[in-house]
Design a protein around this ligand. Sequence first.
Ligand code: F0G
Length: 482
Amino acid sequence: MQEIKFYSGENIPLELHKVRVVQKLHLVPIERRLEALKEAGFNTFRLSTMDVFLDMLTDSGTNAMSDNQIAAMMQADDAYAGSQSFVRLEKAVQDVLGKKYLLPVHQGRAAENIISVAYVRKGSLVPMNYHFTTAMAHITDKGGQIAELLYDEAYVINSDHPFKGNMNIEKLEEVINYHGAKNIPFIRMEASTNLIGGQPFSIQNLRDVRAIADKYGIRLILDGSLLGENAFLVLQREEEFKDSDMETVIHTMTGLADLCYFSARKLSSSRGGGICTDSLEIFRELEAFIPLYEGFLTYGGMSIREVEAMAVGLYETLDESMICQSPSFIKYLVDALDAKGIPVIKPAGVLGAHVDAMQVCAHIPQSQYPAGALAAALFLISGVRGMERGSVSNQRDEYGNETYSDMELLRLAVPRRVFTLSQIKYVEDRLNWLYDNRELIGGLKFVYEPPVLRFFMGGLAPIGDWPEKMMAKFKEDFGDSL
Ligand code: F0G
């Protein structure tokens, strides 16, 4: 695998930007962090940023914006209909994503809702490389089911496979033959497969999926929320594209899909989202749902300022020296953790570093949510807020039974151009302490479990008094240090 080119000789990822606006952070004492965890039901989503030091919950809406994006927000053309800001956005989508028609939505899951309302029925099956929480929730909400069709290597934590997000082509064809093409409204390919560690697919794989979609007359839908980073890793890892550029790779990917939707909160360092297509027929099938669920067709539930920031952000996605920022910091963190023997998903992907809680917390059964426990423990001893991506993030089956996740991950998101290298080193240092003291981490249980997307607002409690014991050991080792 090629090295990322914006690294210095010492393997130091280089920031190709300067910081001109800063926000003060708070590093509160461990006693307060324990209280905050209790108030938040041991769920990092429910923490207040006043208690968080490094916010590695997500990259969604937290990537740094550029000076040009902020400047564009000032020229917003506020109008209910026919806004010039929308004209600029439509042009950006045509130029950057290569698609003619755009339907704006307020964020990625709104696109998933509209696509599911339009195409999913009771008995529908949607094959995909892997699910994303909100995509799955919208499909099952409309009576559909999903089939996850990754190759086995996708689940191997310690791997050097460059494209773990590839769809298993043989299984895809089997599933279509078994369920019947007429019951499959679309095939969903997710760029940089989020829940298995931000792992990309190759363009060759997408071409193979396209060939099967054509053979059976099924739509191919691309979730492009992490499209820029997937394209960047194609440039690094796919031989055919090693001398190519971001624009060519992105156009090649979107050109293979009938429809591409995205969360602009991730793709373009802004807010909002969109659905784009070259097909007038698809556009017409979805168009009426925009005013029904989102807002008029020239703002789709977004503020006009967000529309402007999205347009500029889309163009910036084509800049390799910008798009490399998050993957190169992630690679640095993954390499550092790996060198210390801390189990982490390899190869380094996009969005964040993903620590394998199944191994770190091998003593905690899945029924006691090892990834949730690891996320809580890391926050306690560092103020670093990660996100559970394991069984807490799974949804119960149709009979109400718990379904255990294939992987139990602690995701440490590295949004674009937000953290400094010393902050990343702090994360590495505290995780190292936690790994040495991992036997102190205990399990969690639900005390409040919402029926849908339970991980967002659910409340948990520790089993036993392990957080207090961990705090005592921390104070023994770190003294008065925060
Ligand atoms: N698809 C993917 C691949 C995503 O990662 C997300 C969001 C969505 C769709 C939904 O977009 O949040 O704008 O409604 N991912 C965020 C995350 C929430 O933290 O990974 P949204």
